[in-house]
Design a protein around this ligand. Structure first.
Ligand code: SF4
Length: 199
């Protein structure tokens, strides 16, 4: 499978914020969001058991790029990690559906829908192990308060997360996102890995 990198760290955002995990970052994405902070270029081709063998600890977060672009390899990797007893999380932009037989083996799916893309909101919002993370900011794919004020009341609020766009340590805009999350009764996500960057 096409692998960008594997590393062990602490999850900085979303429902598993603050928890340690092995991150498996798969290569390639089907979107090209302006200001994407993921380096999508370098990757290596590794056999699935080789990727499996790089996992340490009990929690695995599979991310990208867009991990669902390699669906059959992804399904096999998840099956093997599940047999190893790992707690599996995945992060996706939601534009590709994940089959039910794969979904049932994932503890936590985080879908971050990009405005203007086909992200299958009806499918994801009906799944109990799926959290929706909306990124707010000025980029064309980010969400505005007005849009979220209309959309959020149609969703299960305990599985909605709002997060500010930004790769700067001071996280400008985070306070406004905090206020909106409070007003709408949904979860706020910080970006702890950005806050912890060495100055
Ligand atoms: S979906 Fe994510 S990884 Fe893909 S281009 Fe957009 S921000 Fe980058």
């Amino acid at each position: 499978m096409r692998l960008a990198e594997v590393f062990y760290s602490i999850q900085g955002e979303g429902p598993a914020m603050g928890r340690p995990a092995t991150f498996i970052r798969l290569a390639g994405c089907n979107l090209s969001c302006a200001g994407c902070d993921t380096d999508l270029k370098p990757w290596q081709d590794l056999a699935i058991p080789e990727v499996q063998s790089k996992v340490t600890g009990s929690r695995v977060i599979i991310t990208g790029g867009e991990p669902t672009l390699q669906m059959s390899e992804l399904a096999e990797l998840i099956r093997l990690l599940c047999l190893d007893g790992k707690e599996i999380h995945i992060e996706s932009n939601g534009t590709n559906l994940i089959p039910e037989e794969v979904l049932k083996n994932i503890r936590c799916v985080v879908i971050s829908p990009k405005r203007g893309s086909g992200f299958h909101l009806d499918f994801w919002s009906g799944k109990r192990n799926v959290h929706l993370k909306f990124v707010m900011g000025s980029a064309p794919w980010c969400w505005t308060s007005e849009q979220l004020e209309k959309l959020v009341p149609t969703l299960a609020r305990d599985r909605v997360w709002l997060m500010a766009y930004g790769a700067e340590q001071d996280m400008a805009g985070a306070a406004n996102v905090w206020d909106l999350a409070l007003r709408l009764g949904v979860n706020y996500s910080d970006r702890l890995h950005i806050r912890m960057m060495k100055r």
